[in-house]
Design a protein around this ligand. Sequence first.
Ligand code: FES
Length: 106
Amino acid sequence: MIKLTIIDRDDSSQDIEIPEGINLSLMEVLKASEYDILATCGGLGICATCHVAVVEAPDSLPPVNDTELDMLDTLPEAGPNSHLSCQIRVSEAIDGAIFKIMGESN
Ligand code: FES
């Protein structure tokens, strides 16, 4: 199992466990776990409403890609730890990571 800790907008924190090999993005896992994120573009990386901040992550978390950088540049609240959750694949590489939900709610 891959264990992640998710901090919601109200600072409440919850651990979620995801089976290995599931091949979903973090955005898809958050939606499936009933977190309130818009993800308007459905994961194409063009809406930035799935914005998360990385609070803690293993070194194996891939750095932001060019798609993310372009979109994050449009968000005033984005910081050096910002990512788009639709661009993060859930795998063993992010086991133990802590993410804070930042994007717009419904
Ligand atoms: S869902 Fe639109 S950028 Fe991630």
